[in-house]
Write a protein that binds this ligand. Structure first.
Ligand SMILES: Cc1cc2nc3c(=O)[nH]c(=O)nc-3n(C[C@H](O)[C@H](O)[C@H](O)COP(=O)(O)OP(=O)(O)OC[C@H]3O[C@@H](n4cnc5c(N)ncnc54)[C@H](O)[C@@H]3O)c2cc1C
Length: 384
């Protein structure tokens, strides 16, 4: 009987694991000794970092999508549908359709999702560039914007640690290009006592934001929004009036994880999966790995994180399937480009032991980021 690897979630992390294992153990698949199944909600892969550009009309929606079935090597069996629960005692994945899929090895890569509904009034009063529908609507709101106060409110945890800063800098550009900057106040708020959770990034932003005339407000934890009066309230008691509220809502893991496990739930608080920081095995569930945004690891939820982790998980799985011992370990590596506006960008690279050190922005790094927006598709295919 073929050993069956089931990967749940066809985003960045799950796609890379599925395609890498299928490519690296292609011989076993063709000999009927291994099956690789990718279970995901839709035959569609969204390039989420492109949503930032969609909000400013710099990329189109069609540029952000590819069919998952086209991205996957033919050795991957694609199963489209929503997972309802995982039973790690019986080693089965139950679909919402009622079908069950038995597995020998399981990889959970179900990502994270913003939950604006957890902040009263936010879904009604705030715009967001974190979903495709939100970014499309925001692009329309921005196109009709005539000036006033734009408040950018950030909830934690959220994916892409630097996207809110990038949004602030690109918004400054956008308003200048439209001749509205003089008539618009941009307010960037952050929940902590500094402008970013990563201290070196906070220090970097503390110089650049005021240089661009962007007002900052720290210790601003989203409490509620009054859409009628157009006021956003913080838990700390600060009220900010707005003409346009752009919010990054706090995130949670996939809902079904709370209904999964072997009696005890698979996921903990916030529906994040308790994960070993180096092996990426799910704590207390042998044979199950978790990676990408879905884990409870104290590192940035980013596509690059998902990529580096996927390499580790795929290499260990292939070694194990071949009867060896992988021993590959994730070192906490994250790499993020940061758009800084004015046609420039910088980047940060860090891991569990090494903090980031943002460099002065350059045109070249901005060009790299734009190039990456076009070449991303090689990653889920397992090529890059
Ligand atoms: C606006 C924005 C800008 C960003 N910019 C960057 C950037 O510049 N650099 C960077 O590195 N990262 C960036 N990111 C973050 C990056 O997109 C995510 O961190 C990355 O996609 C995480 O990969 P993942 O595979 O863990 O999750 P995802 O890519 O979100 O994939 C999760 C998958 O699981 C599936 N799934 C969930 N629940 C179920 C279920 N019940 N049944 C079946 N399937 C399910 C989903 O459909 C999805 O396909 C950005 C994100 C946003 C929103």
């Amino acid at each position: 009987m073929a050993r069956h690897l089931v990967v749940v979630g066809g985003g960045t992390a799950g796609s890379i694991v599925a395609s890498r294992v299928a490519i690296d153990a292609r011989d076993l698949v063709h000999q009927g000794k291994l099956r690789v199944t990718l279970v995901t909600e839709a035959d569609d892969h969204l390039y989420q970092p492109g949503l930032l550009y969609l909000a400013f009309g710099r990329m189109t929606a069609s540029e952000l999508h590819r069919r998952q079935s086209v991205l996957m090597p033919r050795e991957v069996e694609l199963r489209v549908g929503r997972v309802a629960a995982v039973d790690t005692a019986r080693r089965t994945v139950r679909m919402e359709s009622g079908d069950e899929i038995a597995y020998d090895d399981l990889v959970l890569a179900t990502g994270s999702r913003p939950v604006p509904e957890e902040v009263p009034g936010l879904a009604q009063g705030g715009e967001s560039f974190y979903t495709e529908a939100g970014a499309t609507r925001l692009a329309d709101r921005l196109a009709r914007f005539e000036g006033g106060r734009i408040v950018l409110a950030v909830g934690v945890p959220h994916k892409c640690p630097v996207a809110p800063l990038e949004f602030a800098f690109l918004l400054d550009d956008y308003l200048r290009e439209r001749g509205l900057r003089e008539r618009t106040e941009i307010v960037y708020t952050y929940p902590l006592g500094r402008l970013h959770s990563l201290e070196p990034v906070a220090d970097w932003a503390a110089e650049l934001l005021p240089e661009r005339g962007i007002v900052t407000e720290t210790f601003f934890n989203l409490d509620s929004v009054d859409p009628e009066r157009r006021v956003v309230h913080s838990m700390e008691g600060t009220d900010l009036e707005y003409d346009l509220l752009v919010a990054v809502a706090p995130h949670r893991g996939a809902e079904f994880l709370a209904r999964s496990g072997d009696g005890a739930p698979l996921a903990g608080a916030g529906n994040w999966i308790p994960t070993d920081p180096r092996t990426l095995e799910v704590k207390g569930h042998p044979g199950v790995h978790a990676l990408g945004d879905a884990t409870d690891l104290p590192i940035s939820k980013a596509g690059s994180t998902a990529h580096y982790q996927a390499e580790v998980v795929a290499a260990n799985l292939v070694a194990d399937i071949r009867g060896g011992h992988g021993g590959h370990r994730y070192d906490g590596k994250v790499y993020c480009f940061i758009e800084a506006g004015r046609g420039e960008a910088t980047y940060i690279s860090f891991d569990y032991d090494t903090p980031p050190r943002p460099q002065p922005p350059t045109r070249l790094v901005h060009m790299f980021k734009l190039a990456f927006n076009r070449t991303y598709w090689l990653m889920p295919q397992g090529v890059l």
